[in-house]
Design a protein around this ligand. Structure first.
Ligand SMILES: *[C@@H]1O[C@H](CO)[C@@H](O)[C@H](O)[C@H]1NC(C)=O
Ligand SMILES: *[C@@H]1O[C@H](CO)[C@@H](O)[C@H](O)[C@H]1NC(C)=O
Ligand SMILES: *[C@@H]1O[C@H](CO)[C@@H](O)[C@H](O)[C@H]1NC(C)=O
Ligand SMILES: *[C@@H]1O[C@H](CO)[C@@H](O)[C@H](O)[C@H]1NC(C)=O
Ligand SMILES: *[C@@H]1O[C@H](CO)[C@@H](O)[C@H](O)[C@H]1NC(C)=O
Ligand SMILES: *[C@@H]1O[C@H](CO)[C@@H](O)[C@H](O)[C@H]1NC(C)=O
Length: 788
């Protein structure tokens, strides 16, 4: 339908309404310099377009809050089509102002300003047009800014959606906050729908693609004034239709919106059978999927069940919704399970027929259901298994895209606790909460390492070698026997005395406890003594060989082992005490490090890992780089602890898959695949830690570092980077905001480090050079462009 008759129709239909609006003289005049709109004023809170079809101003939402937005003004629902502050509504008492120097912004009731337009080229007026486009023009009427160029979730006829534009769905119908799905016009020419923030980890997450990436670029999505959505190539020729052409002469308003369920729908305002009118869906993409077929319809660990054409999300037994209000956010485990105290007899199966979680597998076996159960039950890493005929997939959480459908053969088996017993036990071993102020210290177990019984986690209590040469020689001569120049062999009695009979417990690990002690070496030195509780099964010679290797590492950014005790059954390791706790406490605790401190932390940690990989005599893969394993000395210099406790790298065994250790979220994906492990696993973990360091303030509301949080963090960073919004990562941090070049460099390095493919990740040496700016950092690949 041509626009002219359309408008005429609207005009006559709404003539009475229209004249009502004219009663308010202010309603359809332009916004000029010095104009103020007020959310609490009945007659001056918005401006309409000349026809009155659209309005710009304060849009009232629940809870006496307002969005600054654009809406269909003549229909009772006043459907919102654009907003400037969907995630931060303002209270009544707020104002929108076009300042005298030509900037457009709004304040909340506390007077905080948000700018819609804040440039030195000033705006002379703002106009709400009849198309639904709100424009800001300068004194010669050139457009400086327009809402059509900055869409939120809706496109209108006449609007063009160009390269690298995004639409984000609402969180829920009527909840205007940014939701879970996005529509993107990619640079490669594809129009794509995918769950927001899935790019980093799940390149297959897209559930619609126009497959127009061969066309001459730029490809654009055009919402024709006749009401058709199509894609055009560089010569503005139509190369594909996105909507089916099912409009009729009755259509008087049209909009295309990405809805909170992930579908992008073309709506028409039509008369319905009750002689009223409503928005009718004319077409939608994807049109070949049901509500559960949208990637991310239900979040991690949940499964989707179709309920009257809508997606219903359910949690498996012993799981509950992360947020009961938003079932689609996914499910979390109600129980705690680690590998350290794993006993198969503590668990049983919750079985789900016709349910599949297609992601998350790390091993596939050709075995029947019984054997599959046996294998998974005896593997502490196996969270669930999917069996189908003679196939068995072992999986780790989180598993995504779960759904139940009669056409799905086979079943899902979830490993769940038999009783509440394992919960308690693993808790005491895995999560020792030390009530020290508000600090929660988490000791994390490590899995399956062949010699994990000998060496163990020192976590927060390890120490650095801070002795000056002089005091050191006295230390050695102080009646202790030196097995070689680097390490001191202590007598058990000495340690007993130093720790006052192992009185002050610093923390507890799966294989031993850490105690604080004081030793007199001419002056008093604080030490941390790690005591092995369990009987050591490995030979003394090997124990000493391993210690020897660890003892020969000397680096400013590594915690240093001072000595050990190997007397009868007793095996202990002695480190110097680290007074400032772990990086985890520092980053996510109450006193946040400044931007410059964070940069230094990143450099220091990178140098420490580089030394382990490339500069020490025997290369060492750490295998468990995470903020809890990075300790801070009195000057807050970061020192990596627990290295060498993982597999020591002999030159001829750089590749081994003997086992998995590490904390989820920081663990490289290849641990879960049947591929060889290299130093690149540490590069991956470092990448995640680096992102933590960059964004640390954002984590304050997620105190526990479960996988979901990491999941989201890397996704969020991906999104911010590829949407050119790196500044959002350091919001509220003025020092970092003033150093966006460095922020961006660090983000790029982080994204390179967490590439799925280990060979794509840089070496640590290169990481250091990139961080320092001595070599250029190219933009990391955007995995969303390579998924097709
Ligand atoms: C808006 O209403 C207030 C009183 O409610 C009145 O004083 C003011 O003149 C009105 N403004 C316009 C533009 O009609
Ligand atoms: C807006 O611009 C002014 C002047 O250039 C600047 O001082 C201010 O920080 C800017 N505000 C925002 C929120 O960007
Ligand atoms: C309002 O602004 C539009 C666009 O700049 C312009 O075409 C129109 O003439 C203006 N209207 C008034 C009443 O100034
Ligand atoms: C754009 O698409 C049209 C129709 O498919 C085609 O004829 C034309 O060559 C394309 N333009 C370019 C620059 O490839
Ligand atoms: C798009 O739809 C129009 C009208 O139905 C049709 O004429 C045209 O051939 C279609 N274009 C493509 C590329 O499918
Ligand atoms: C697991 O679920 C079962 C069945 O709902 C319940 O009886 C049991 O208490 C749950 N166990 C834990 C540890 O949550």
């Amino acid at each position: 339908m041509a626009p002219a008759p359309l408008l005429t129709l609207i005009f006559f239909l709404y003539l009475p309404l229209l004249s009502l609006h004219h009663a308010f003289a202010q309603s359809n005049t332009n916004i000029t310099q010095g104009t103020t709109l007020s959310s609490s004023s009945a007659n001056n809170s918005y401006r309409t377009s000349p026809s009155g079809d659209f309005a710009f101003g304060f849009y009232s939402i629940e809870g006496n809050q307002f969005l600054v937005g654009i809406w269909f003004h003549k229909i009772p629902e006043r459907t919102l089509v654009w907003s400037a502050n969907r995630d931060q509504p303002v209270q009544s008492g707020s104002t929108i102002q076009l300042t005298l120097d030509g900037r457009l912004g709004f304040t909340d009731s506390k007077g905080l300003e948000t700018w819609i337009y804040n440039q030195t080229t000033g705006v002379s007026s703002g106009a709400m047009l009849d198309t639904g486009n709100f424009i800001l023009v300068d004194s010669v009427s050139s457009i400086l800014w327009q809402s059509f160029e900055n869409p939120t979730d809706t496109l209108l006829p006449g609007q063009t959606f160009g390269q690298e534009k995004y639409l984000y769905s609402n969180r829920l119908e009527g909840d205007y906050r940014t939701g879970r799905f996005m529509l993107v016009m990619q640079v490669d020419g594809n129009l794509v729908l995918y769950p927001k923030g899935r790019r980093g980890l799940d390149p297959n997450g897209a559930y619609y693609a126009s497959r127009t990436d061969g066309a001459s670029s730029p490809v654009r999505l055009v919402f024709d004034r006749s009401g058709v959505l199509h894609l055009t190539n560089s010569s503005d020729q139509v190369i594909a239709n996105v909507s089916s052409n099912a409009l009729n002469s009755e259509d008087f308003y049209l909009r295309a919106t990405i809805d909170s369920d992930g579908f992008f729908r073309l709506y028409s305002r039509r008369r319905n059978s009750n002689n009223g009118e409503s928005w009718i869906v004319v077409s939608k993409i994807p049109n070949d999927r049901d509500a559960c077929g949208v990637s991310g319809a239900c979040g991690p660990n949940a499964y989707c069940v179709l309920q009257q054409d809508k997606a219903g999300c359910l949690c498996p037994q012993n799981f509950s919704f992360i947020d009961a209000k938003y079932a689609f956010d996914g499910c979390k485990q109600d129980f705690n399970r680690g590998c350290s105290a794993y006993l198969a007899s503590d668990y049983t199966w919750a079985e789900y027929e016709n349910v599949d979680w297609p992601t998350g597998d790390y091993e596939r076996l050709d075995v029947n259901e019984d054997k599959c159960k046996e294998v998974c039950m005896n593997d502490c890493l196996c969270d669930l298994a999917i069996t189908r005929n003679n196939d068995c997939w072992k999986k780790r959480m989180p598993v995504t895209e779960g759904r139940k459908r009669s056409s799905i053969a086979g079943k899902a088996l979830f490993k769940v606790p038999l009783k509440s017993g394992p919960l308690e036990r693993t808790k005491t071993i895995e999560t020792i909460k030390k009530e020290d102020g508000n600090k929660t210290m988490v000791l994390v177990s490590w899995c399956l390492m062949s010699f994990s019984a000998i060496l163990f986690i020192l976590s927060m209590a390890a120490i650095a070698f801070a002795f000056k040469k002089g005091s050191r020689s006295r230390f050695i001569s102080n009646n202790v026997e030196s097995i070689e120049a680097n390490l001191v062999s202590f007598k058990y009695a000495q340690l007993q005395e130093a720790t006052n009979g192992f009185k002050e417990l610093l923390g507890n690990g799966a294989y031993g406890s850490v105690y604080k002690g004081i030793m007199d070496v001419g002056r008093e030195v604080q030490i941390a003594v790690k005591r092995l509780d369990k009987v050591v099964e490995r030979g003394e010679k090997e124990f000493r060989t391993e210690l020897h290797v660890i003892g020969r590492t000397h680096h400013k950014n590594l915690v240093r082992l001072l000595g050990f005790c190997d007397e009868g059954d007793q095996r202990l390791l002695i480190y110097e005490f680290m007074p400032n706790g772990s990086l985890a406490d520092f980053l996510f605790g109450p006193t946040k490090p400044s931007w410059s401190e964070r940069i230094q932390l990143a450099f220091g940690i990178a140098r420490g890992i580089t030394y382990l990989h490339e500069e020490c005599e025997t290369p060492i893969i750490h295998c468990d780089i995470k903020p809890q394993n990075i300790l801070l000395d009195e000057f807050r210099t970061p020192k990596i602890s627990d290295f060498g406790l993982a597999k020591l790298l002999q030159h001829n065994q750089t590749h081994t898959t003997t086992g998995i250790r590490g904390t989820r979220g920081y663990v490289a994906p290849e641990w879960f695949r049947n591929v060889s492990i290299s130093t690149k696993v540490d590069v991956y973990s470092f990448g995640v830690v680096l992102l933590d360091i960059i964004c640390c303030m954002k984590k304050s509301d997620h105190h526990d570092h479960n996988l979901e949080v990491q999941f989201v963090l890397s996704e969020w960073v991906y999104d911010c980077f590829f949407e050119g919004k790196v500044h959002e990562l350091v919001e509220g941090d003025d020092a970092a905001l003033g150093d966006l070049e460095q922020v961006e460099r660090m983000v790029k390095v982080g994204l390179w480090c967490i590439q799925e493919d280990p060979s794509m990740r840089p070496s640590m040496k290169k990481v250091v050079q990139m961080l320092e700016g001595t070599i250029e950092v190219l933009a990391p690949p955007d995995s969303s462009t390579s998924w097709l």
